[in-house]
Design a protein. Structure first.
Lengths: 143, 143
DNA sequence: CAAAATTACGGGTATATACCCGCATCATGA
DNA sequence: TCATGATGCGGGTATATACCCGTAATTTTG
């Protein structure tokens, strides 16, 4: 019985949780990763890709590709900003409706997952999310 | 301040931890994902892809692709098994040496990460890894 | 024993992610 | 004002992962 790799445990737990949220969100037609982006874009209103990347803590190019998928599904729209280098992102109507459909589903996934974990684990998990605080420029707000 | 998504927190924590382990393992020329596979293959001695997939809890095709990378780096060798449908995997000498180089590095990554988390979180995290127990056929052994 | 079901694998495709590089565009300072 | 440097973005490529499908081999069963 080799000692468990903490990193591997975390990765597996993340994969498990992702599958759980994805399954619950399925009726809305989006997955947890995309839900997260939509929610952040909704909050931000109208952001550049780089700014959003800072907010969500993703690489800019990663985010760009993810956004292209969302755009193809007509969930978001992008257009050049005042600064012609920027592309500015915002939700479409369809994106807003999708987000509204997804929100109670997310709520339910969140609650059932929290119940599965139990209160102790919950507290810990919230703390875990702050590991990244150093890396990320993003700060203060929670999600 | 929107409520944090537990799934996203977990995913971010996993990403952070992965970066940590990868950085520490870098001198050995492998990442934590590959280290994990090498270690399991070493334990198993000589397994088929499907069996190994069961052990590590990965999709067979995912594992197949990962193994191809390891094979290209001459860390493992594959050959057809007695059952001609199977491909059987084992470490090469280079793979074994790499694993030996990597082990103390992993140890160090594990210790520093554990220290970063603190004992409470540690206990929790070990429990988290068992979330998958249901999904996975894999059982009993730890890593 | 031959037909049918099962199993093992690879390939295609998709998601989610990162890094590096090049090309625009903007901002600055000589 | 205009060269130089910084910034924003996309593309190329790579890793890590999954699902589905087709093909080949084995096992089961009638």
């Amino acid at each position: 019985m080799t000692e468990r790799c903490l990193c591997t445990s975390l990765r597996q737990a993340a994969a498990f949780s992702t599958a759980h949220y994805d399954a619950v969100l399925a009726p809305a037609g989006i997955k947890i990763t995309m839900f997260r982006l939509l929610r952040r874009i909704d909050e931000a209103g109208c952001v550049s890709i780089s700014d959003l990347a800072g907010i969500v803590g993703l690489d800019r190019s990663t985010l760009g590709r993810n956004l292209r998928v969302l755009e193809k599904q007509d969930l978001i729209a992008t257009r050049p900003g005042q600064d012609q280098r920027e592309r500015v992102v915002e939700l479409t109507d369809h994106g807003r409706r999708t987000l509204e459909t997804a929100l109670p589903l997310w709520r339910s996934a969140q609650d059932s997952f929290a119940a599965l974990l139990g209160p102790d684990v919950l507290t810990i998990l919230e703390g875990l999310a702050d590991l990244n605080k150093n890396q990320e420029t993003y700060e203060g707000d929670r999600a």
